[in-house]
Write a protein that binds this ligand. Structure first.
Ligand SMILES: [Zn+2]
Length: 327
């Protein structure tokens, strides 16, 4: 028997889409801090696919993906359920900042899971979200991007176990890079991994990919991945597709060695194999003199690059994947 699903203020009967809120705390002005929740409850019993977006407030790609998925899915044709939290960190999203401006102590909500019931503000938000997620979710993806500073191509972080790698592969043909992550990352994915449930941190997009067609394309690629996951787990009808090859390895974030203006090498491409010491970018000063070159630290590929050319020493410049082989 399929049952009602109740999360926060949303109660979804079988075969319905229902929207509501998870209310966390009250602010001084009397308004609640809450996060939106959409439940698509299928007509037949099955697994719960949980989608998180907007844990970082400068990354609205999860909102776009959830809006597209809601239109795509008919709950009468769905086995199991989909729970979408398009924007987990609402005050950060409203401010278009990575973290909640009201909280400087636990600013990065993706580094504080499982949260704390009596902790800093963002820890409390994380705690309430985590309680609902672990109660219902059988598998989870968190949608991220390069945000206001970078563009990130299709890449994901995941644990190495078989169930998690099945979910990673179910993302489909566009997703060839899956980097190691573990339960020490203090993300929603880490909480899920710790209780033996598959979960991914997924990266695509960023502020240099928000022109009219470009932003929608990011959303469509993420939608395609979500739909493929639903097909793989037989939650909707259809034949899933899979990547021809999947690379494994780990991330190395390359930080700016100098302050200046960041000029990517026009001859290099995202997600293409490079050799150690290949030229990724140059940093120049305001009068055009070269200050330094950014080189590949090992054989591998870059999946993210700085979108804002203005750069200060120590800023994120390049998200590099050191590739160790294939899954
Ligand atoms: Zn993020």
């Amino acid at each position: 028997m399929t049952e009602n699903i109740e999360i926060g203020t949303a109660i979804a009967k079988p075969g319905t889409i229902v929207e509501g809120k998870i209310i966390v705390e009250k602010l001084a002005g009397g308004e609640n801090i809450s996060m939106p929740v959409t439940i698509i409850n299928g007509s037949k019993p099955g697994p719960c696919f949980w989608i998180n977006g907007g844990i970082h407030g400068d990354e609205p790609e999860g909102i776009l993906t959830c809006s597209l998925l809601k239109k795509e899915i008919n709950p009468l044709n769905l086995t199991g359920s989909i729970v979408m939290i398009p924007a987990m960190n609402v005050p950060a999203m409203e401010a278009a900042q990575r973290g909640n401006p009201l909280d400087t102590f636990s600013y990065d909500m993706n580094r504080i899971y499982p949260g704390r019931e009596d902790g800093y503000l963002s820890e409390r938000i994380a705690y309430v979200h985590k309680e609902w997620m672990v109660k219902f979710a059988d598998m989870e993806i968190s949608i991220h991007s390069g945000g206001s500073h970078s563009y990130l191509a299709e890449a994901m972080f995941a644990a190495k176990d078989e169930k998690t790698q099945e979910l990673a592969r179910a993302m489909g043909e566009d997703w060839k890079v899956c980097l190691y992550s573990n339960i020490t990352s203090k993300s929603p994915m880490a909480v899920m991994s710790e209780i033996g449930k598959p979960a991914l941190t997924v990266e695509l997009g960023g502020r240099s990919s928000t022109a009219p067609g470009a932003f929608l394309n990011v959303g469509k690629k993420l939608l395609k991945a979500c739909v493929n996951i639903l097909k793989h787990y037989k939650m909707i009808d259809g034949d899933p597709h899979y990547p021809s090859v999947r690379y494994k390895g780990y991330q190395k974030a390359l930080l700016a060695p100098k302050s200046g203006v960041f000029l990517p090498n026009p001859d290099v491409k995202f997600l293409n194999m490079m050799k150690k010491n290949d030229h990724i970018a140059t940093i120049i000063d305001y009068q055009g003199s070269e200050l330094c070159k950014l080189l590949a630290p090992e054989d591998g590929m870059f999946f993210g690059l700085r979108a804002l050319p203005n750069v200060t020493i120590g800023d994120w410049c390049c998200f590099y994947a050191i590739i160790e082989g294939e899954w």
